[in-house]
Design a binder for this molecule. Structure first.
Ligand SMILES: Nc1nc2c(ncn2[C@@H]2O[C@H](COP(=O)(O)OP(=O)(O)OP(=O)(O)O)[C@@H](O)[C@H]2O)c(=O)[nH]1
Ligand SMILES: [Mg+2]
Length: 479
């Protein structure tokens, strides 16, 4: 099979979603896509219409007319635009056809194109060609894809900025600094007597500084990816305290099964949605308790993992059941987490005041509190009657907004590339330490080169065809 890097046949796909809409767009790309499209297009001129010669069409200009299929039947009233290579998204000749939305007009237009030699584009193939033709780098392509998919307003801004000033990204700067340092290492290696110029200490310090910059990039990228996936808010507590009821109350719909039987929720359940302007993933978990039931144990193990990764914990207490022990091994992880403690089933104690309720649960609340940090906020609510939720929501919003503040210079990359950045950081840091011990310029030089290679893999300056295919195949068709 021909390498996908060398394919330049004509591809076509719908670029807008399927379904009823005012307008739909079809993208066609590849050499000779213009003559192909013009076989079916007639320009409307007053009351008449006429076919166009490819040479007579001006690029980037909208032409209004009609589309006919191969049998000469009218399909739709359309507008077309031609982009001449290399001034198009893919860098190839491209035609965009705007039909009416809905199911049939687009389908018929595509059908005529496919019958006459175009082939359906694979997912991400337009972006892939843009990448191969150097119209866009790998970060740019992935940024566009993330922008299409994200539901998080805070990350949308980061992505839009990243598209605008891609080359300003810190990763490019770090690469330059690594190359500069490699060059001075070579000088030091070739002229060892000239130690003044590049003293080993200075070199080690320079490497450490670059490693620190990389670390800052990683930290910010991790926050960005967390925002992109949705901040994780995990509801946990003992069985039957009302976790699933609270999930339903916060969602405003009956999503989770609620019952009076402890241990109802065994696997976790999550919903992503916009909560007070922030994109969150709200997770309902299996109740925490000691159990011999295998499935429940697995559920609890998952809960512990979710707690570890959570941005915020909503820890539910029920004054009636909260004297017992939770599942082993959870206190440590719970104490360290950012959390709000909720005393649920407030409606059952209309006569008892807040302070007394909290006092009754004092031991438990203290056990949940990190002695080195301030006390966690405590609210009493009735998840069932949905009372007391407004102050809770306000507090949640406050905490989550703090977590989601995006710093200047944040770069978003997908999770697997964050892992690559971490690997690069380790190589750099360990290389620096080894150099301090051994003073071997050559080995350090290799470490720097390896780091640069990893960064180049991320920006797409160097690439592996299989990895590229994996990345682009996750894009949507028509992108
Ligand atoms: N009176 C009162 N009952 C509640 C409240 N919240 C939940 N319940 C009841 O408590 C019982 C357990 O509720 P769930 O939401 O299933 O509890 P859970 O924590 O998800 O339980 P597991 O999934 O078994 O861990 C149900 O009978 C609910 O109706 C509340 O605010 N007030
Ligand atoms: Mg439940």
């Amino acid at each position: 099979m021909k390498s996908i890097l060398l394919r330049n046949d004509i591809i076509a796909a719908q670029a807008t979603p399927f379904g009823v809409s005012a307008i739909a767009a079809v993208r066609v790309s590849g050499k000779d896509c213009l003559p192909l499209a013009l076989e079916f297009f007639s320009q409307k001129t007053g009351s008449a219409s006429r076919t166009l010669e490819p040479a007579s069409l001006r690029p980037r200009r909208l032409y209004h007319g009609f589309w006919k299929n191969a049998e000469g039947r009218w399909v739709d009233e359309v507008q077309i635009v031609f982009y001449r290579a290399p001034f198009s998204f893919t860098g190839e000749d491209m035609v965009e056809i705007f039909t009416h939305g809905g199911f049939l007009p687009v389908k018929m237009v595509l059908k005529t194109l496919f019958e006459k030699g175009a082939r359906p584009a694979e997912p991400g193939e337009f972006s892939f060609r843009a990448f191969v033709n150097k119209k866009i780098d790998l970060i740019g392509a992935q940024t566009i894809n993330a922008l299409i998919h994200t539901a998080s307003p805070s990350i949308e801004e980061v992505l839009a900025r990243q598209l605008y000033d891609r080359q300003e990204q810190p990763i490019f700067d770090i690469r330059e600094r690594l190359l500069g340092l490699s060059a001075s290492l070579e000088v030091a290696f070739d002229y060892p007597e000239d130690h003044d110029a590049e003293h080993p200490d200075r070199i080690a310090q320079a490497v450490a500084k670059i490693a620190q910059s990389l670390e800052a990039v990683i930290e910010k990228a991790e926050i960005a990816e967390r925002l992109n996936q949705g901040l994780s808010v995990v509801i946990c507590g003992r069985p039957n305290v009302g976790k699933s009821t609270l999930l339903n109350a916060l969602l405003g719909e009956d999503r989770a099964i609620v019952s009076e039987v402890p241990g109802t929720t065994r696997d976790y359940l999550s919903e992503s949605f916009l909560f007070q302007g922030l994109y969150i993933r709200l997770v309902d978990t299996a109740g925490l308790r000691e159990t011999r039931d295998t499935i429940e144990t697995l559920g609890i193990r998952k809960t512990l993992e979710l707690i570890d990764r959570a941005d915020l914990i909503l820890y539910l207490l029920d004054p009636e059941v909260d004297s017992n022990e939770e599942a082993p091994g959870m206190w440590e992880s719970l104490r360290k987490k950012r959390k709000i403690i909720l005393i649920n089933k407030r409606d059952k104690y209309p006569e008892t005041d807040e302070l007394e309720l909290a006092k009754a649960l004092k031991g438990k609340i203290e056990a949940l509190t990190d002695p080195n940090a301030g006390p966690d906020p405590v609210f009493s609510i009735s998840a069932l009657n949905r009372t007391g939720l407004s102050p809770l929501k306000e507090r949640m919003k406050g905490i989550l907004s703090e977590v989601s503040s995006v710093e200047e210079g944040t770069m978003w990359v997908p999770a697997f590339q964050i892992d690559l950045l971490k690997r690069a950081h380790t190589i750099l840091w360990e290389g620096m330490e080894r150099f301090r011990e051994t003073g071997m310029y050559e080995t350090l030089g290799q470490d720097l080169r390896e780091t640069v290679e990893i960064l180049d893999g991320i920006t797409g300056r160097s690439f592996n065809e299989d990895i590229l295919q994996t990345i682009f195949s996750q894009f949507c068709v028509g992108k």
